[in-house]
Every structure is written in C-alpha cells, then in structure tokens.
Design a protein. Structure first.
Length: 245
C-alpha cells in the first residue's frame, strides 16, 4: 500500500466540521487500496509463505531467529510467539518477536497465548489497538514476565503517547516527535537480544537469507546481501547476537 495511506488514517482521527467532510474522501481512498490488500495478503495466502520461509531458515541453521512485524505483520509475529507450530524436525520456527502497532490481533486471547519473548511498540492513536486493548496487553505481558522471568522468558510493552498507527515504519518525518518515537521503537529489539543471550553467526544468517530469496527471484546475490546487511537488526557484542528478519 502507498505511504500516504498513513495520512488518510491520521485524518480519520481528526475532529471538526470540515475534517468530517474530508474524511469521506480519505475513507474512499483507503478502501481503494485496502480491499485488494485484504484479498492478496489475507492470512490464508500470507501465513504459508511466512511459515515456509521461517521453517527453511530455522531448519538450516542453529541461529536464534527473531521476527519483527509492523501493522499486519505484527499480527503474524504475535501468533508466531504462541510457539504452536514447529519445523518438520520439531524445532521452533522463531525464538522471539517484536511487533509495532500490530493489526488483526484478537484481544485478549492472542496476547494470552504468547509463550516466547515478545516486545510490543504501541501507538496511543491506533484504531487497531484501543486504549482498553493496550491496557489488557500491558497487564498480561507484565504478569507473564513476573511469572516466567526466572525461566528466561520476558516481555516488554511500550506505549508511545501521541503516536499514530504506522509510526514505527512510516512516521511523518515532518512531525519531529513522532519521527523520534519511530527511532525509539527500533531500540526495543535490543531488549529481546539481551533476553535471548544467544551467540549467533550473523554473516551465516545473511548468507542463508540471501540464498533463499535469490533461488526464488532473479535478483543479484551481492546486491541483496548488501541490503540485508543494512536491514537486519543486530547487536554486535561477544555474547549477545540474534538475527531478526
């Protein structure tokens, strides 16, 4: 979907007579893009692709694998952290997850089912996560952490006041506060890395991802590997490394 969808989503939260009139146009614009998106990216289509990819990466290496998802991807991350599905060899698909302003999440059930380390960056202005949903999520994750911290399972919930849905990946750079909040949300991945305490080989991880994608596309291996170096979240220390994709 186009980046300016975020402007239309923000417009729907504004008040005032003229804004109510403008909302009609914004809503029509969103429907124009949202309906095809819901068809082509529905769970029946996207879930098998995501799981096959993660199963391939996970089964071919001993790396700890973390996933990061934004908006509808955050919903997938939340469910992956249920730890319900395994690779054909019985290994976990993922070891931890980060979700920013997640969509298509059922509250409180989807949060209660989380079993793996999970970090959530929430926007206070988000039609996909109401104030009550946010409160439930925070309380559930805190209770889980208190119960399972000694077993190495911790969770994190951070509310970004004044931020709109999409701030962590498509923040309005003219809005200095929201742009900074988007950068702050990225640092939450470090929380999961510190929780995992697993040594991994980041270069090997990039090779695996590169080979997987190149086999299914006509892209350049060297060019893709360079882009992955830039995109993967890593913490380069001797005893805290985990791959995020």
């Amino acid at each position: 979907m186009p980046a300016d969808m975020m402007q239309s989503m923000e417009a729907l939260s504004k008040t005032g007579l003229w804004n109510q009139i403008y909302k009609v146009g914004h809503l029509a614009y969103m429907i124009r893009w949202f309906v095809p998106f819901m068809y082509y990216c529905r769970e029946a289509v996207s879930k098998p692709q995501i799981h096959n990819f993660l199963s391939t990466v996970s089964s071919q290496s001993a790396l700890a694998l973390g996933v990061a998802g934004f908006c509808w991807g955050g919903g997938h991350v939340t469910k992956l952290c249920w730890d319900h599905e395994k690779t054909p060899s019985g290994k976990r698909l993922v070891d931890c997850g980060f979700a920013a302003h997640p969509s298509f999440v059922t509250y409180p059930g989807d949060i209660e089912n989380i079993r793996l380390p999970y970090s959530c960056a929430a926007a206070s202005i988000d039609p996909q996560m109401s104030a009550e949903n946010a409160k439930q999520t925070e309380e559930i994750l805190k209770a889980k952490t208190a119960k399972l911290k000694d077993q190495g399972v911790e969770h994190e919930f951070v509310m970004y006041e004044g931020a709109h849905h999409g701030f962590a990946v498509r923040a309005d750079e003219d809005n200095v506060k929201e742009a900074e909040q988007g950068k702050q949300a990225e640092t939450q991945v470090s929380f999961l890395v510190s929780v995992m305490r697993i040594v991994t080989d980041s270069s090997r991880a990039i090779d695996l991802l590169t080979d997987f994608v190149v086999r299914r596309s006509s892209g350049s291996r060297d060019g893709l590997r360079t882009r992955l170096h830039r995109r993967l979240y890593r913490r380069d220390s001797a005893d805290h490394k985990v791959l995020f994709t």
